[in-house]
Design a protein around this ligand. Structure first.
Ligand SMILES: [Zn+2]
Length: 141
């Protein structure tokens, strides 16, 4: 479960260009609506809450909680044949839930509500994939 996951190059849409540029600098950037203050994920041109096109970028904390997860035994595409890996929704501190992988993690110990922080997996093309790893706390164990 701790094997290295593939690092496929992302398809970068114009709306997501600034997100991917930031990942290449090991930074997690999200959009926030200037009209209604909604935090927007995934990157897009129009606020999903109020339809405003006034979206600004800001740097997120990179922390969140495991909202849900599954252990995937049958990867496809670049993930085919790599063995079990963790697919999860992480609820970011800023609110949105991001579909991601949990890495550097004992799956037996992972739990809903676990505090996690971002890890950047460099694709070698100026971008990095956003993954998360558990943050150990004194209450663990
Ligand atoms: Zn809005």
């Amino acid at each position: 479960m701790t094997g290295e996951l593939p690092r496929p190059e992302p398809v970068v849409s114009p709306e997501a260009r600034r997100f991917w540029e930031a990942t290449g600098e090991q930074r997690l950037r999200l959009q926030r609506c200037s009209e209604c203050a909604a935090v927007v994920w995934y990157p897009r041109g129009i606020c999903p809450d109020c339809s405003s096109s006034n979206l600004d970028w800001f740097e997120a904390s990179g922390r969140g909680l495991v909202y849900s997860f599954t252990i995937n035994h049958r990867g496809t595409g670049p993930y085919e044949g790599i063995g079990p890996y963790i697919l999860a929704y992480v609820e970011l501190e800023e609110g949105p839930r991001m579909l991601t992988n949990i890495v550097d993690c004992d799956s037996e110990k992972l739990r809903i509500g676990q505090l996690v922080e971002v890890r950047f997996a460099d694709t070698g093309t100026g971008t990095a994939l956003v993954r998360f790893t558990p943050v150990e706390t004194v209450a663990d164990g």
